[in-house]
Design a protein around this ligand. Structure first.
Ligand SMILES: *[C@@H]1O[C@H](CO)[C@@H](O)[C@H](O)[C@H]1NC(C)=O
Length: 209
């Protein structure tokens, strides 16, 4: 009898220390490591940590690409920290484009909610998969692969994109190549482009060297 009571008591004590960690709302005051942010103390977490209200408004598309990406990644939406998911809004004005880019940290699923978007990606085998998407269409972009989105109608297009990472990252290839200070001669050597083309793109995109 005493054995059983003792056992149940042990179980009770053990269970109270074995609660699953339901969430890890990111503490944005600390640094972000490979595993994300450290967790806010659960007592300070509120419902607003799990709600992001920034995706209802169009992003500002008055820029060189006539496009805007509004991210709700862990840095903007700490509730997704540790959960392996995030979301963003994509606005493409008429003529807009999200140039070739990658998300090193996650795969992407895109759903068109307005207009027409020509979207595609290039595989590691250099196969190209692209299609004009309309409202309600969904397309996936596997992790790390180069991909793009182009407005394919004369009207603004809107899509929501979700990622398999709370912090998928975004690197736009043209900016990586031409918006930095890597000397032109090295850009030319590593891209097969000629000097005039490289200098022109550096001037347009803000690179030096
Ligand atoms: C959009 O961005 C442009 C260029 O930076 C800026 O001039 C304009 O004021 C912005 N518009 C809004 C509504 O913020």
């Amino acid at each position: 009898m005493y054995h059983i009571i003792f056992f149940l008591l042990q179980l009770l004590i053990f269970s109270s220390h074995a609660a699953v960690q339901d969430f890890c709302v990111g503490d944005l005051t600390g640094p972000e490591g490979p595993a994300g942010y450290s967790c806010k103390k659960p007592a300070t977490v509120t419902v607003d940590d799990f709600v992001f209200s920034g995706l209802g408004m169009p992003g500002n598309t008055t820029n060189i690409i006539k496009a805007a990406v509004t991210p709700a990644f862990s840095a903007q939406f700490p509730g997704v920290n540790g959960l392996g998911i995030s979301i963003a809004r994509l606005d493409l004005a008429a003529g807009g484009v999200v140039p070739l880019h990658t998300h090193p940290g996650g795969s992407e699923v895109l759903v068109v909610v307005q207009g027409y978007i020509l979207a595609g990606f290039i595989s590691s085998a250099n196969s190209v998969y692209y299609k004009i998407l309309k409202k309600g269409d969904v397309m996936i972009f596997p992790q790390g692969l180069l991909h793009f989105q182009i407005n394919a109608g004369g009207i603004p297009a809107v899509a929501f994109v979700s990622f398999s990472s709370p912090s998928p990252g975004l690197q736009i290839t043209a900016f990586a190549l031409f918006a930095n200070n890597l000397p032109s001669v090295l850009v030319e050597k590593t891209t097969f482009l000629d000097d005039a083309q490289v200098k022109k793109l550096k001037a347009v995109l803000g690179g030096t060297g």
